[in-house]
Structure formats: structure tokens, C-alpha cells
Design a protein around this ligand. Structure first.
Ligand code: ZN
Length: 209
């Protein structure tokens, strides 16, 4: 089965949520400058690039990135083709007749914006009733192909809160442009950051479709 890398490349100038700390890498040692080896330092926000949101993103006593269950992060997933939909709501989820809702990744019209590093306020996001629907259907992990799972207008994060309160792991900036819709094996491995409210993750999928 072929592998698909759904991870954004971490690099200077990459798209980030407006106001978040940017990614920056600095060359500390360089063989090109005569140093015996190359070595660099980097800094970034916990929600930079492809990343997970941990419950601690909204809840002070919530689980942190280093404590997220591997059972939720790795396993069978469904890449859902939601292209053409202006938002993902409970009605849409109901009509999809998903056989398994454990791990869902939404491939939306955001895909091109994410790949091209373009910010738009009008991205496709989950509605409140979609978040409630996922919680009631036992979802462990939900991902989307843009900076946030919820509309930028919702500053207080009601969609995040519903999902994270129920222990649903949120994965954002998942680059699904080349990933075929349908069942896949998901490997989402966030950096083990103590106390992390989120963490950059390598997200890869295997699919035979
Ligand atoms: Zn986030």
C-alpha cells in the first residue's frame, strides 16, 4: 500500500494562524562555513504546521500533548471527501453513512489554500452540531485540511471545547490534497512536549485506493 505524507513542511515564511508565533530556523553551525558539522536551532508555536490540539488547549486541567493516547492517534481512519461543502455540519455527517467514525479526516475545499500557504477567513470548518454529532458517535480523532477545525469568527472556541472536553483529539493543517478519499491507516505522532497544549505532528497515511 502506498504511503501518503499529510504533513506540512516546517519552514520560514510558512502559513500560520494570524498572530501565532511563526516558525524560524537558524543555522548555528555550518559545514559550508567551515564548521566541522551543521546544526541548527528552531522555534515555533505549539500549533504551527500540521499539529494536534490537546485538551489543555482550552482546559487548564486537560491532557497535554505528551499524554495523548496512542490508541487514538494511530489506527484505521476515514478520509472523508467533503469538497463542495461550505461547512461540515451534522446533517452532512449523517448523510455520509460512515461505517466507522473513530478517526475522521476531512478533505475540503480548503486543501488548495493550505498547500499554497494562503490565508482566508472563509475556510470550511465544523459547526457546533457536527462537533456534538462526532462526540455522540464515539469519534477519537478528527482532522481538517486548514488552520482550524472551527470558524475564525468563534474566538472562544465552542467547537474546540465540545471536542476536547470529550477527549477527541483535533488535528489541524492536515495536507490531504494528494490523499485519496476512503479508508486508510493513520499514523499521527505529535512531538512529546511536556505540558504542551498542542504539538506539531508527523501525519502519514497508508491507503490502497
Ligand atoms: Zn491548533
Amino acid at each position: 500500500m502506498p504511503w501518503y505524507d499529510a504533513t506540512l513542511t516546517l519552514q520560514d515564511g510558512m502559513l500560520i494562524f494570524p498572530g501565532d508565533p511563526p516558525f524560524h530556523r537558524e543555522q548555528v553551525m555550518s559545514t559550508a562555513s567551515g564548521d566541522p558539522f551543521s546544526l541548527s536551532a528552531f522555534s515555533l508555536g505549539t500549533h504551527c504546521g500540521t499539529h494536534v490540539d490537546a485538551p489543555a488547549h482550552y482546559f487548564p486541567d486537560g491532557d497535554t500533548a505528551d499524554r495523548l493516547p496512542l490508541d487514538s492517534l494511530v489506527g484505521p481512519a476515514m478520509v472523508v471527501d467533503a469538497r463542495g461543502a461550505p461547512s461540515i455540519d451534522a446533517r452532512l455527517l449523517q448523510t455520509l453513512n460512515l461505517p466507522d467514525c473513530s478517526r475522521l479526516l476531512f478533505k475540503t475545499d480548503n486543501g488548495r489554500l493550505l498547500r499554497d500557504g494562503v490565508f482566508s477567513e472563509n475556510f470550511v470548518a465544523l459547526t457546533l452540531d457536527a462537533a456534538e454529532w462526532l462526540v455522540s458517535h464515539g469519534t477519537l480523532l478528527v482532522g481538517i485540511d486548514y488552520l482550524s477545525i472551527e470558524s475564525a469568527a468563534d474566538l472562544h472556541g465552542p467547537v474546540h471545547r465540545i471536542l476536547l472536553a470529550a477527549g477527541v483529539i483535533i488535528v489541524e493543517c492536515v495536507d490531504l490534497l494528494d490523499v485519496p478519499a476512503g479508508p486508510a491507516e493513520l499514523y499521527c505522532l505529535p512531538l512529546k512536549i511536556a505540558g504542551g497544549d498542542g504539538a506539531p505532528a508527523r501525519v502519514v497515511l497508508r491507503s490502497d485506493r
